[in-house]
Design a protein around this ligand. Structure first.
Ligand SMILES: [Zn+2]
Length: 262
């Protein structure tokens, strides 16, 4: 992509190309169990954004994506385009803002009528040992978490918060457990599963942009009884792994095998 701001001719060519893709995608689509969304383009040019959105909704897709934003343009420009888009998109179809994941941006976009997001930010933050909770960002590398038995977020019903304490997650981060085995979720999974719930608590499904079928904790597999858990991915569709007792870290108990730290 050329540097911003993009020339109008470039935006226009991208817009037309996307519309041609929409037609070809509709013809190529064979699976009724997959929802094909149309993606509106137009950069930060209001006229092109409007044209692209109106042309896209003519195809009557089950949902619509707002594309071509969050690529480095000023935030005010991005939100202005989001507002313009959500005013035009049908209210009875999901609106998906691509590439947005910072908590404050999620809240602002939700206020403008966006339903779905996807972004590497929450999971990448998790991989670096941080968890996003309503109070802000918890850096699990911080020594204060080694004895903190509380869940990442008090009262949260997500798998991570229901199963693990901050101390165990901090231990995984310090032990470099990035690819946890089949019996315990990795730090990556654990922290990034809990992380995509920004202040305001929209659903993790909406924030991560995953489909119901791929969402960990999907209803089909059912939740494990209290005190037990499924090996990762917990409750994903088709995951028939039996529930196992969840690790219970009692007071003063050290994680087995973990490095002794003073
Ligand atoms: Zn949680």
């Amino acid at each position: 992509m050329p540097p911003l701001p993009l020339p109008r001719e470039y935006l226009e060519a991208s817009l037309e190309r996307t519309l041609r893709w929409l037609e070809r995608s509709l013809k190529a689509k064979t699976r009724p169990d997959q929802a094909l969304f149309g993606i509106a383009q137009g950069g930060t040019d209001p006229e092109l954004r409007r044209r692209s959105t109106l042309e896209t909704i003519r195809f009557d897709f089950p949902g619509y994506a707002i594309g071509g934003l969050a690529v480095g343009e000023p935030k005010e420009a991005m939100l202005a385009m989001v507002e313009l888009s959500t005013r035009l998109l049908p209210e009875d179809r999901p609106r998906y803002l691509m590439g947005v994941g910072h908590p404050e941006d999620l809240v602002a976009a939700m206020g403008l009528g966006v339903d779905l997001f996807d972004c590497v930010y929450p999971t990448r933050t998790g991989r670096f040992g941080s968890a996003l909770v309503p109070e802000g960002r918890l850096n699990l590398k911080n020594a204060r978490f080694l004895e903190d038995r509380r869940p990442l977020e008090e009262g949260c019903d997500c798998y991570t918060c229901q199963t693990f304490g901050r101390a165990y997650l901090a231990h995984l981060v310090r032990a470099g457990e990035m690819l946890g085995g089949s019996s315990s979720p990795s730090t990556t999974c654990a922290t990034s599963t809990a992380s995509p719930r920004p202040p305001g608590r929209p659903s993790a499904r909406g924030v991560t942009g995953t489909s119901p079928g791929s969402s960990p904790g999907g209803a089909s597999a059912g939740r494990c009884p209290p005190g037990s858990a499924r090996p990762w991915p917990p409750g994903a569709t088709g995951n028939t792994t039996p529930c196992r007792p969840a690790p219970a870290w009692g007071p003063r108990q050290k994680a087995p095998g973990g490095p002794k730290r003073g």
